[in-house]
Design a protein around this ligand. Structure first.
Ligand code: SF4
Length: 354
């Protein structure tokens, strides 16, 4: 039984029953539960506040799974990229981004991705598999276990994969991340970034917590979006924006700036129209150089002009810097690099859902 792959409240019930069935004192359950997420241990043998026989029994009944390996790249700007290796070719990336004293961890929800956005290294990898909820939350747990890093202030689902394509696991992972019995990260500090899988977006909107949502917009019209994001054929922008209108929380638009693809004045006007209609914040992100063959980032001066055009129309727009430019920090690049070093062939594209 994997106690890391159930909601913390469910894990608490299972531990209570297990402790009672063994004839142990009830307070033992209150010592065991925090070792899952709140004050995690790498293995039960590290829970030295418990007697040896109890630690051994926990190890045998509830072993704590962990990724098999971890690769790290550290950028001069402090960004750290991790590759966590889960079983069955489930290697995924997480990126820790320092912003002042706060740290934001960008996590993955799938190994590879089925959606094939042309500017994305993960999209070129194709779909490999969904992550389980515990594997999603373990990307945070591993950092909490490591004294050098600790708990991040913010978590964003912006790594490999489309989180809403793996809704069941992401739904449970959100509970684990947010629950005070779990990792205890406030809902407003957890952002789900999606290309807009409409039926699942409705399920996310229906959750009572104030999770934040970011729409990977990247092009402001159906025609322009279809050219770079095949999902547009299944869930057109108009239906995604309509769903977001019913969203109870403020929405952010993510917009990767690609030279001569989505950075014209007309694009700025269209983008401003959508942002003003929804009261959305706009994050402009220069395309990560080297992340997409044949595409180039918009030049900085042009990107500034684009941001100004948005602001002149009353939009709250921020032009971000690419982080980790000296490491493989565009989503999917590190795994591709490690696979190449190990001579692993690329996956077949499995973009059947587009
Ligand atoms: S941008 Fe997101 S949805 Fe698109 S291919 Fe990359 S990981 Fe998948």
């Amino acid at each position: 039984m994997n106690l890391l792959d159930v909601a913390p409240a469910e894990a608490a019930r299972i531990i209570d029953d297990w402790v009672a069935a063994r004839g142990e004192a009830a307070y033992r359950a209150r010592q065991i539960l925090p070792r899952l997420w709140q004050r995690p241990v790498a293995a039960w043998s590290d829970a030295t506040d418990l007697p040896q026989n109890l630690r051994s029994a926990l190890e045998s009944d509830f072993p704590l799974p962990r990724p098999g390996g971890r690769t790290e790249q550290v950028s001069a700007d402090g960004t750290v990229k991790f590759l966590f290796e889960f079983r069955d070719r489930g290697a995924v990336e997480s990126v820790l981004i320092p912003e002042g004293r706060r740290r934001t961890l960008c996590i993955s929800s799938q190994a590879g991705c089925a959606y094939g956005c042309v500017f994305c290294a993960t999209g070129r990898m194709g779909f490999i598999r969904h992550l389980a909820a515990w594997e999603i939350a373990a990307q945070v747990r591993e950092l909490v276990l490591d004294e050098a890093y600790g708990r991040p202030a913010n978590v964003v689902f912006m790594g490999m994969g489309e989180p809403l394509h793996n809704w069941e696991a992401v739904d449970l992972a959100l509970t684990i991340l947010n629950d005070p019995l779990g990792l205890g990260i406030g809902a407003r500090h957890i952002t789900v970034s999606t290309i807009g899988i409409v039926p699942k977006l409705e399920l996310l909107a229906a959750r009572p917590e104030q999770f934040r949502v970011a729409l990977s917009l990247h092009a402001p019209t159906t025609e322009a979006r279809r050219a770079i994001m095949p999902v547009e054929g299944k869930y057109p922008l108009a239906s995604v924006l309509e769903t977001l209108r019913r969203f109870p929380k403020r929405v952010t638009f993510e917009y990767v700036m690609i030279r001569d693809v989505n950075d014209s004045e007309r694009d700025a006007r269209e983008l401003a129209r959508h942002a003003l209609a929804l009261g959305a914040l706009v994050n402009l992100l220069p395309l990560h150089p080297g992340g997409a063959p044949g595409l180039e980032p918009t030049a900085r001066a042009e990107a500034r002009r684009f941001a100004k055009l948005l602001r002149d129309q009353g939009v709250n727009a921020t032009l971000r810097r690419s982080r980790g430019l000296d490491i493989s920090a565009a989503c999917g690049q590190l795994r591709t690099e490690v696979d190449q070093q190990r001579d692993v062939p690329p996956e077949e594209h499995a973009g059947v859902e587009q």
